[in-house]
Ligand binder design. Structure first.
Ligand SMILES: [Zn+2]
Length: 445
């Protein structure tokens, strides 16, 4: 009976029964007013060049004049699964769509964003296969490929400003081509003449935009290129677009694939869960066992907000959704660790811990990462317990139920309990009764 019931609840056409995760919207406002535009990526989850580009744009650009609204990931869910679309292709749902489609609500929300009165132009980013060429050259370079081109649906629409789509896309392509890494990367303009020639594209986001009076441009980087180069061309495309529409900006790094790679793989990136736990994003051991996650997120970890400098982080349950599933820590479409969650009530009453680090006493905030040479000593905090994960207590205190008022030495740590692959990072957890009061990480040199 259960199975039959499931059949009716979930349309089997769709892989998953869970509601799509809402996308997030960010505004970058210039000090000076000017034109207002919307930049979007991640409508298809397997296009990391696009959402890694908007992720860096949000972190490392400042708008001086005008404003930019950014939606880095239109389909977080598909991104976590590195799938074009776990509910089908989201970019083919803008013309007509059944109300029973799981993404019906998502489409309404995207349309609302595009139609907002203040938005004057839309820039929509993708990673496409091969390299677009007007004439067939070979399998990789031909009119059916989408990589490295800028797309308009027609030459112009009858709105002011920016209805002159062709002139603007010419500027975008010209700007992108000032930075070519290899001559065959050359960008071309691809006018799809959607209204007369392209039934499929009539269902797309940009066509919805232009038929509703919003100038729209799509920008594609080739999936043939490594991530750093896709992001590089996408950022060139964004810059060309912003210049063409008169939005002024500043970028605080050298635009090269090498710098981009170092920003994407920034070893200092961390994430914070519920202001109680901060862990690094890189070099984590996998799986991480019995890791505290707020009880309120049980069965819904994909909607748990993580604080981070990065805009494309999230937790995602493994496989089909069950409350006790393993959880993936995702950075875009990359899996940084698998976590076996321990769902606990998070108690927020503890703010600081009094610790002696290598003989020096200090107050340490819950949720910090603390560097230690050889040893540390946690001073007792009434009403709480301390638990140093992986600490083997010396014989004389082996029966002590917890680790306040104990000297913890590096040599007493069991490496298999380390949080990271270098076996330097250890968890120190605090509890009040059955509730979790937060964590600090100790990083041994
Ligand atoms: Zn795409």
């Amino acid at each position: 009976m259960g199975r039959v019931f499931l059949f009716f609840v979930c349309n089997l056409h769709f892989l998953f029964c869970i509601a799509p995760i809402d996308f997030k919207v960010y505004d970058m406002q210039g000090a000076q007013s000017g034109h207002n535009v919307l930049i979007m990526s991640g409508i298809q989850g397997d296009e990391p060049g696009a959402y890694n580009a908007t992720n860096l744009f949000l972190q490392y650009y400042t708008i001086k004049k005008g404003s930019v609204r950014v939606i880095p990931v239109l389909s977080p869910h598909s991104m976590y699964y590195n799938s074009r679309g776990i509910y089908g292709d989201l970019n083919r749902k803008f013309a007509t769509l059944s109300k029973r489609d799981p993404e019906f609500g998502v489409i309404q929300k995207i349309k609302e964003q595009i139609l907002k009165a203040e938005i004057q132009a839309v820039f929509h980013m993708h990673d496409g296969s091969g390299f677009y060429r007007e004439q067939y050259i070979n399998e990789t370079f031909n009119p059916k490929r989408w990589g490295n081109c800028s797309i308009i649906d027609q030459d112009s629409i009858n709105v002011e400003p920016f209805g002159n789509l062709k002139e603007i896309v010419e500027q975008i392509v010209a700007h992108t081509n000032t930075g070519l890494l290899k001559s065959f990367h050359k960008y071309h303009i691809h006018n799809t003449h959607t209204a007369i020639k392209d039934k499929q594209m009539q269902k797309s986001l940009t066509y919805f935009a232009i038929t509703n009076g919003k100038p729209a441009f799509a920008h594609e980087a080739s999936k043939t290129l490594p991530l750093r180069e896709r992001v590089y061309y996408h950022l060139l495309g964004i810059e060309g677009f912003l210049q063409a529409v008169g939005v002024e900006f500043e970028r605080n790094f050298d635009l090269t694939p090498k710098t981009i790679a170092s920003l994407i793989n920034d070893k200092n990136l961390t994430l914070t869960i519920d202001s109680s736990i901060t862990i690094p994003l890189f070099h984590l051991k996998s799986p991480i066992n019995f890791f505290p996650i707020p009880l309120s997120a049980k069965g819904d970890v994909q909607n748990l907000a993580l604080e981070s400098k990065s805009y494309i982080l999230g937790l995602s349950p493994e496989g089909d959704f069950k409350a006790d599933s393993m959880v993936f820590l995702k950075y875009g479409n990359r899996t940084m660790a698998r976590i076996k969650p321990l769902y606990l009530e998070f108690d927020k009453s503890l703010e600081h811990i009094d610790i002696q680090v290598d003989g020096k006493r200090q107050e340490v905030k819950i949720g910090s990462i603390l560097k230690v040479k050889d040893n540390f000593y946690l001073h007792n905090k009434d009403g709480y317990r301390a638990n140093v994960i992986g600490f083997i207590k010396p014989n004389d205190i082996a029966k002590k139920p917890q680790e306040f008022d104990v000297l913890v030495q590096k040599k007493a740590m069991l490496k298999k309990f380390a949080l990271d692959i270098n076996a330097k990072l250890y968890r120190v957890e605090f509890y009040k009764g059955n509730a979790f009061s937060g964590m600090i990480l100790v990083e041994f040199e």
